[in-house]
Design a protein around this ligand. Structure first.
Ligand code: FMN
Length: 139
C-alpha cells in the first residue's frame, strides 16, 4: 500500500481541516494516509512516505506579498531530502494566494526534485478538480 504523509501548519484550523479532507480522500483511494501538524512529524514517517503533502495557511497583505508563516519556514528548513518523494503543496486563503506557492517552493527547492501539484482552498473541502488531480497523482 502506498503511503501519504500530510504535514500542515494551521493557525485557526482551516488548513488543518483541508489537510484532513486530503487525507480522507486519499484513504478512500486505498492510500495509507496520515495528517499531522508541523510540530509532530518524525523522520521515520517521512522516510516511509511515497507522497508528502506540505500545507500552510496564506500570510500576506491579502493582495500582495504572500508567504508561509515563520513556523512553516522553520519547519521547512529542517526537512530532510525529499528528492525520492512525490511532493505536493497546499494552502488555504481568503482572497489571493499570490506568491505563496513560489515562496514555499523556494524554501524547499534544495530538497525536492519538483513539486507535483499545488492545491488551494478558501474552505475545508476538496473540489471535484482537487479530487481528479489526486486521482491522477496516484495512478
Ligand atoms: C495575518 C494574516 C494575513 C493573511 N494574509 C492573507 C493573504 O495575503 N491572502 C489571503 O488570501 N488570505 C490571507 N489571510 C487569510 C488566511 O490565509 C486564511 O484565513 C486561512 O484559511 C487561515 O488558515 P488557518 O485557519 O489554517 O490558520 C491572512 C490571515 C491573517 C491572519
Amino acid at each position: 500500500m502506498k503511503q501519504a504523509l500530510i504535514i500542515y501548519q494551521s493557525k485557526t484550523g482551516t488548513t488543518k481541516k483541508y489537510g484532513f479532507a486530503i487525507r480522507d480522500y486519499l484513504q478512500s483511494l486505498n492510500i495509507e494516509a496520515k495528517a499531522i501538524p508541523v510540530q509532530n512529524y518524525t523522520l521515520e514517517e517521512i522516510e516511509n512516505a511515497d507522497y508528502v503533502f506540505l500545507g500552510c495557511w496564506t500570510s500576506g497583505l491579502f493582495i500582495i506579498l504572500q508567504h508561509p508563516d515563520k513556523i512553516w519556514s522553520e519547519f521547512a528548513q529542517k526537512l530532510p531530502d525529499l528528492s525520492n518523494k512525490k511532493v505536493v503543496l497546499f494552502t488555504t486563503y481568503k482572497l489571493l494566494t499570490g506568491s505563496m506557492f513560489r515562496n514555499m517552493e523556494k524554501q524547499i527547492s534544495n530538497k525536492i526534485k519538483r513539486i507535483e501539484l499545488t492545491f488551494k482552498a478558501k474552505n475545508t473541502v476538496l473540489s471535484e478538480k482537487d479530487k481528479k488531480e489526486l486521482q491522477n497523482l496516484i495512478s
